[in-house]
Design a protein around this ligand. Structure first.
Ligand SMILES: C[C@H](N)C(=O)N[C@@H](Cc1c[nH]cn1)C(=O)O
Ligand SMILES: [Zn+2]
Ligand SMILES: [Zn+2]
Length: 481
């Protein structure tokens, strides 16, 4: 039995009708600053788990559990820091229906008004002229997570049964390496997740601003910190400048030898692990709808390293990159403070691709950094550590999941989606595939210019509402296959 768009029309109309309630639900979620990387904000991350628990209860989910993951492994400042719980819930348990596990994350990236936001980041602002919702987490990933709840609310309002059984797995540490989740998925594979037929993740974005996509690949991410310490306390540069070895000088010297200004990684051996480009793969990039101008608009500058579509896509999707993120402990305020920081921690990450081995990569990074530190001949102490890592993922999109999602997308948007890969990372994707022995589909809601992780993060109302329709339509098409 298969659906037609006509049969889904009542669902789509109900979703339209419930738009104000759905915006309120997202506003309530955005108002909780659930920043997982900030140890002081951990209570708010937990508050977000409780918010979800309440919403799920009201919507009729059952067997709702907040799974404790214990304390966060080092490096942390607070040695007793508890990881936020994994929120599990079910909707339906009909053996005649397929079971779809939906994964999303309820934590967000940090955001401060003074970073350059036009509006308060943790207040969802609806710009009615543009019909855009601004706020941290609007697109990454609170919008899509609320989207799944909205789909259930629309079914309840229609008095419709869901076409599949749903199992929810919502985590609060995705932006910080999904700590503890791999182990939980392995533990629950034959328990809570038993009988799951497939996994659907809505936590990435279209490539551009107008054409929907379905995603079959992600890069991985290995995140490192390099600590350089010297003096016992921050010092006056007039009194100690020139007579002590400065940690910042050593750190900057080492960090400058990790990547060059053309984006080439300078750590020997990394590119040797990258799978060679085949002629077949090279041809795939020709047919993708992509505009260099849109990309420049999304990044707010013309400072790109590549000037043509194919090179840009390859460097975003199938080659590794190394980014320098920041220096903890360094003076970063306005004005001119004449301080010599006593201890500085440089943060950098490498986006990984097939066939980079994560453990081998760590060794290459550690060897390179330790060699550079030694060459400095500095009396300061340097220590390189991995903060977290997460696997890349690459799937074959020619299966029934992608087929169902493509039909739903075409119904809602009136256009066939492109099949794309993603430069970002969702560390748990490969784990679901391996532990549950199922295929995974990535079904994005937001656009390529949404500014995830950046200032003024947004979600167009059209994407929020049509995104809910697409998620709902996907469940129907998949459920009836
Ligand atoms: C694509 C997803 N929405 C996302 O933003 N993922 C993060 C995950 C991550 C990995 N290490 C740290 N965070 C990302 O790609 O940065
Ligand atoms: Zn995300
Ligand atoms: Zn993110």
């Amino acid at each position: 039995m298969s659906y037609t768009k006509l049969e889904l029309e009542p669902l789509f109309s109900k979703i339209e009708e419930l738009k104000p309630q759905f915006i309120t639900r997202l506003a309530n979620a955005v108002a909780i600053p659930s920043v997982s990387s900030d140890e002081d904000k951990r209570p708010q991350v937990v508050a977000m788990a409780h918010f979800l628990q309440k919403e799920l209860t009201n919507l009729g989910f059952t067997d709702i559990q907040l799974k404790d993951l214990g304390t966060q492994p080092p490096p942390t400042v607070n040695k007793e820091l508890q990881l936020p719980p994994i929120v599990l819930a079910r909707h339906g348990n009909d053996p005649l229906k397929k079971t779809v596990l939906i994964y999303g994350h309820y934590d967000v990236q940090p955001a401060l008004l003074e970073d350059g936001w036009n509006t308060e980041p943790f207040k969802l602002v609806h710009n009615e002229a543009k019909d855009i919702l601004y706020g941290r987490g609007s697109t990454d990933d609170k919008g899509p997570v609320m989207g799944w709840l909205n789909v259930v609310e629309a079914h309840n309002a229609l008095g419709w049964e869901l076409p599949v059984n749903l199992v929810c797995c919502f985590e609060g540490m995705e932006e910080s390496g999904s700590l503890g989740l791999d182990e939980l998925v392995a533990r629950e594979a034959q328990q809570y997740f038993k009988g799951v037929d497939t996994v659907c993740i809505s936590d990435n974005y279209w490539l551009g601003t107008s054409k929907p996509v379905l995603t079959y690949g992600l890069r991985g991410c290995n995140y490192y910190q390099l600590t350089v310490s010297g003096p016992g306390a921050d010092l006056h540069s007039g009194i100690f400048g020139g007579i002590v070895a400065e940690p910042m000088t050593d750190l900057v010297k080492v960090m400058s030898q990790l990547v060059d200004s053309q984006g080439k990684i300078l750590i020997p051996g990394v590119y040797d692990m990258v799978a060679p480009l085949t002629e077949k793969e090279d041809g795939l990039y020709d047919n993708i709808d992509f505009s260099v101008e849109e990309l420049e608009a999304a990044c707010g500058s013309k400072t790109g390293l590549h000037d043509n579509k194919k090179d840009i896509l390859k460097h975003r999707w199938r080659y590794p990159s190394l980014s320098l993120h920041g220096i903890e402990g360094a003076f970063s305020g306005a004005g001119a403070k004449t301080v010599i920081p006593a201890k500085v921690v440089g943060k950098f990450s490498i986006r990984t691709v097939p066939d980079i081995d994560s453990g081998k990569l760590d060794k290459l990074v550690f060897d390179h950094v330790n060699k550079l530190l030694k060459e400095l001949g500095s009396p300061n102490t340097g220590k390189i550590e991995l903060i977290h890592d997460g696997n890349y993922w690459l799937a074959d999109p020619f299966n029934d999941l992608f087929g169902a999602a493509a039909k739903a997308t075409e119904d809602v948007w009136g256009v066939k989606p492109d099949f794309t890969r993603e430069g970002g990372s969702i560390p748990i994707t490969l784990t679901f595939e391996k532990e549950l022995k199922t295929s995974v589909l990535l079904l994005p809601m937001g656009r390529g210019d949404d500014g995830a992780h950046s200032i003024n993060e947004k979600l167009d109302v059209l994407n929020y509402i049509n995104g809910c329709k697409t998620l709902g339509g996907y469940l129907h098409y998949y459920g009836k296959q």
